[in-house]
Write a new protein. Structure first.
Length: 216
């Protein structure tokens, strides 16, 4: 423990730099996933067959081993941010799409019919009634996707992607050396801290953006 604390005290700026890069690449992928996942969910949730196809395709993404996917992307996207972001978007899409579809389908049809009776068109019902009611389920999908991407982002180090995976892989490559364990533990703890911070943030966002009536 004393060795690890000494390592952190001497290398905190390096670990912080990697953590910032890790957070940025995950945040970029999450923003893209939210835009694509929610938009696609809105388009397909009323169409059972189309929704099943979309969910099946995004589920298939999760079955692809991450090492293999990153490796396949090297000749296509090269090294660095781009292959990391593309892969993370693929892995993080399913929870958001699935929860968007589930949340919109969980809205009581009687509520939508009442809104229609009040003169709201389909777009108004979606934006003012259905999406707000489905939002707690959608934000839960975002939180699940965040936890998933935090871990997978570490593997982006194999394509020279940013993040704490750099230290983890460096440590694993030096197994038996005095610094190996410190590098691995530092990277793992950094990812855990980031995951907790992101989850706390989205939990707070969910509470602030959900109407009190729905929360209660």
């Amino acid at each position: 423990m004393s060795s690890f604390l000494e390592y952190i005290s001497l290398s905190w700026d390096h670990v912080l730099e990697l953590a910032i890069g890790h957070a940025i690449v995950v945040a970029i992928a999450l923003v893209i996933d939210i835009v694509i996942g929610v938009s696609l969910g809105v388009l397909v949730y009323r169409r059972e067959n189309v929704a099943n196809v979309a969910l099946a395709i995004t589920s298939t993404f999760l079955t692809i081993p991450s090492f293999a996917l990153f490796g396949l992307f090297i000749p296509i996207f090269g090294l660095g941010y781009l292959p990391a972001v593309v892969a993370l978007v693929m892995y993080g899409l399913l929870p958001i799409l699935r929860n968007t579809v589930a949340g919109l389908r969980s809205v009581d049809p009687a509520i939508a019919e009442s809104a229609q009776g009040m003169g709201m068109n389909a777009r108004e019902r979606l934006l003012r009634i259905e999406l707000p009611l489905a939002w707690p389920v959608i934000i839960t999908g975002v939180r699940v996707s965040t936890m998933l991407l935090m871990g997978i982002a570490a593997i982006a180090a194999v394509v020279n992607g940013p993040g704490l995976g750099e230290d983890i892989f460096s440590g694993l490559a030096r197994v038996g050396s005095p610094t190996a364990l410190n590098l691995v533990i530092g990277g793992i703890l950094g990812i855990i801290v980031l995951a907790l911070l992101f989850d706390t943030f989205f939990n707070l966002v969910g509470k602030l953006t959900t109407s009190r009536g729905i929360r209660d």
